[in-house]
Ligand binder design. Structure first.
Ligand code: GLY
Length: 367
């Protein structure tokens, strides 16, 4: 249950992407302010919460009460089965039908309440319904707060791979209440720390050192620290999205650790957590780049130390041939090459194009 509280001051991060401007509000107890924030940012007199079976029982009542207090006519919520297996065209179709059944109009608002799967799917439904209605993202997992709720990427999975059908659809607002993180299982929270470490490597050397000295896993219930770390992560992502909303340039650096990480994830048939795989991919790429002379050995060591401090893997047991099979089919592959992200130094990463043969050499060096 979300109660009013004072731990950790509220922080606003303003996103100014090419297609939209919006605020990300990060705080403790912020869910109670959802209605006011949505009212100021999004249009319409009606709204509808889209959530899933694990999150809805915990937070949908509080979210809807806040929306109603702000004057919204709140339509009957839409709840789908929790889990990545729901992130399919079929569920998306059901959400769209349910929005139509509730007679939401073009000026009304979808409220995406949940983790990454919910944000991606409800965001895509909002992009498609009536050719686009407002969506307010209300992330309840660490991964969704620091990454997927910000920047406008929405998608569903296809049989051929994850996130293969989607759209860029920026939210009207993002409301991140770190109090929701208290209900996240510790293993899942730890997994999401992989993306937090990645952001620090990309753009905040001081944050990386702080996280190594005191891993975020030690502070899942420390609202003040969570507000600070989540807001700093959002600001890092905001800077990238502001510069390159459509991932034609610098946004590709957010894929740091993902080339190898995605292959590890796919090789486990998605049984391993995304953040853990990104953490392992990040360390492997950093070691490979150090051995290749593209970054200093101390950079790779700093990255590994932070990953290890969070109890996340710094490598993987998957054979190179198998990793290469998945990487050859990666959706980010272009022509005969792959864009990889090189951690030249902590706080300074760059995109480099390599052939599949060069990538294989790097993976061998990183193992
Ligand atoms: N999660 C990477 C991005 O939003 O671009």
């Amino acid at each position: 249950m979300i109660e009013k509280g004072r731990e950790g001051a509220e922080r606003l991060v303003h996103v100014s992407a090419a297609s939209a401007d919006y605020d990300v509000t990060v705080g403790a107890g912020t869910l109670l302010e959802l209605g006011r924030i949505a009212r100021e940012a999004a249009g319409g007199s009606r709204c509808c919460v889209v959530s899933e079976t694990n999150v809805a029982p915990l937070y949908a009542d509080a979210a809807e009460a806040s929306l109603a207090r702000a004057g919204y006519d709140v339509a009957r919520r839409i709840v789908f089965s929790a889990g990545e297996q729901s992130k399919r065209i079929g569920t998306l179709g059901e959400i769209l039908e349910a929005l139509a059944e509730r007679e939401l109009t073009r000026g009304d608002t979808v409220v995406a309440l949940g983790g990454g799967v919910t944000g991606d799917m409800a965001g895509l439904a909002a992009a498609l319904y009536l050719r686009g209605v407002d969506v307010v993202q209300v992330p309840t997992s660490l991964l969704a707060m620091v990454d997927s709720s910000v920047g406008g990427k929405t998608a569903v999975d296809l049989s051929a791979g994850k996130n293969l059908a989607g759209a860029f659809w920026q939210p009207a607002a993002v409301v991140a209440d770190v109090r929701c993180l208290a209900s996240v299982p510790a293993d899942l929270f730890r997994d999401s720390c992989g993306e937090v470490v990645k952001h620090a490597v990309l753009a905040d050397a001081a944050l990386l050192d702080e996280l190594t000295a005191r891993p975020l896993t030690a502070d899942q219930l420390d609202e003040r620290r969570l507000v600070d770390v989540v807001a700093r992560n959002v600001a890092i992502k905001r800077d990238v999205v502001n510069a390159d909303e459509r991932e034609s340039g610098v946004r590709q650096t957010l894929n740091l650790g993902h080339t190898i990480g995605h292959a590890i994830e796919a090789a486990s048939d998605f049984a391993r957590g995304h953040g853990s795989c990104v953490a392992a991919g990040l360390c492997m790429m950093a070691r490979a780049c150090a051995r290749r002379g593209w970054c200093g050995g101390e950079t790779a060591a700093r990255i590994e130390a932070c990953v290890a401090a969070h109890g996340l893997p710094t490598g993987c047991e998957v054979p190179v041939d198998e990793l290469m099979r998945y990487m050859a089919h990666d959706k980010k592959r272009r022509g005969g090459g792959v864009n990889i992200v090189v951690p030249v130094e902590v706080g300074g990463c760059e995109v480099r194009r390599v052939s599949l043969e060069e990538l294989r050499e790097l993976v061998e060096l990183g193992c």
